[in-house]
Write a protein that binds this ligand. Structure first.
Ligand code: KG4
Ligand code: ZN
Length: 334
């Protein structure tokens, strides 16, 4: 099982992506059509528009992927697709495309979990050792996952309200920064000279869960107070305070989980893994505690189909295939 070619499709949110991955590790092509340009005017992803855009792009991307990878349809070993979680109308487009291909080419169909994809993005560039712990941080997810062995997942903590990327985007919106706001807050925070201190949500002492809505409210109240008093707000100091609170909690809980699980590595993944402050803080703590930190390159941190191909390969090895009755699942446990 080293050379199978898996064609993978990802359409769970606002990126249409098609990839061909060989042997679960080698990316032959990873095409991504981002819809951000379309959604930016609405300040966030509009589900209806996302579905329509996926429909417009998917067939073109599949054809292009075959050409770019230099393979023929007959060389493919399986078709993989993100089954969920995500926007149901968006997922549906990928699922229907994948089923059609699987049926027409008489190939096995592999239903893949989006978060398994984010985690196994690491497999495309690193050697994962077990047991490990993964910190998944994206616009839709904030999870600490224990990986006891290949392909096994146990969620040990998750957000009780907003996902971390969602909190970034909401704070950015309150500061009138464009969508997606994460990178803008990150830049302001890194450039800031001052820091406005904000609370940290630790929750119960032994909890690995997260909460970011209180922090978001604290940010909004700082903004409102400045407005009411007619004061000039130091936006970068606020961004830095927000980012410091987020990072403090994420890093502390991730490292506590690593030790509790006896993990050999910490894997960071998801779109918020692009955050410079988070990467630097995790790298420093991991280095100090002798824990290898694995982070995929940025292009594999945000939504893409290569990560789905990598995760699907594990299922391929175990013969875990789906039937054509498989359905898109907006809510799906790992
Ligand atoms: O993984 P992803 O592409 O999509 C989801 O599956 O959600 O993550 C997108 C999220 C957005 O919320 C975006 O604001 C955030 O990742 N993000 C960042 C940074 N770059 C992207 N958040 C903080 N700092 C960044 N540098
Ligand atoms: Zn994602």
């Amino acid at each position: 099982t080293r050379n199978e070619l898996i064609l993978a499709i990802e359409t769970s949110c606002d990126e249409t992506s098609v990839s061909i991955v060989r042997g679960g590790r080698e990316i032959l092509t990873n095409l991504i059509a981002s819809q951000i340009e379309t959604h930016v005017q609405f300040g966030g992803v509009v589900p209806e528009i996302a579905s329509r855009k996926h429909v417009e792009s998917i067939t073109i991307l599949i054809e292009q992927a075959i050409v770019e990878a230099g393979v023929s349809l007959g060389d493919l070993s399986a078709i993989a697709v993100t089954q969920g979680p995500g926007l149901v109308g968006a997922l549906l487009v990928g699922v229907v495309a994948a089923k059609s291909l699987a049926m027409a080419l008489d190939l096995p169909l592999i239903a893949t979990h989006h978060i398994a994809g984010h985690i196994y993005a690491n497999q495309l560039v690193h050697e994962i050792k077990y047991p490990s712990v993964a910190l998944v941080v994206s616009g839709g997810h904030t999870e600490l996952v224990a990986l006891e062995s290949e392909g096994s997942f146990r969620i040990i903590g998750c957000t009780r309200d907003d996902a971390v990327g969602e909190a970034y985007d909401k704070v950015a919106r309150a500061l009138h920064l464009p969508y997606p706001g994460g990178p803008h807050i990150d830049r302001l925070a890194v450039e800031a000279e001052e820091e406005i201190m904000l609370p940290r949500a630790w929750l119960e002492p032994d909890s690995y869960d997260f909460s970011f809505s209180g922090l978001k409210s604290a940010v909004l109240s700082v903004i409102n107070q400045a407005n009411m008093r007619g004061q000039q707000l130091d936006e970068s100091a606020l961004a830095r305070g927000f980012q410091a609170s987020v990072i403090d909690v994420l890093v502390t809980k991730a490292l506590r989980a690593v030790h509790a699980e006896g993990a050999q590595q910490l894997l960071l993944c998801g779109g918020v893994a692009a955050n410079r402050g988070l990467r630097a803080a995790l790298a420093a703590r991991c280095e100090a505690e002798g824990i290898p930190l694995l982070v995929p390159p940025l292009s594999l941190c945000t939504d893409n189909a290569a990560m789905i191909g990598a995760a699907a390969h594990l299922k391929f090895k175990h013969g875990e295939f789906s039937t054509l009755n498989m359905k898109a699942e907006p809510v799906l446990s790992l």
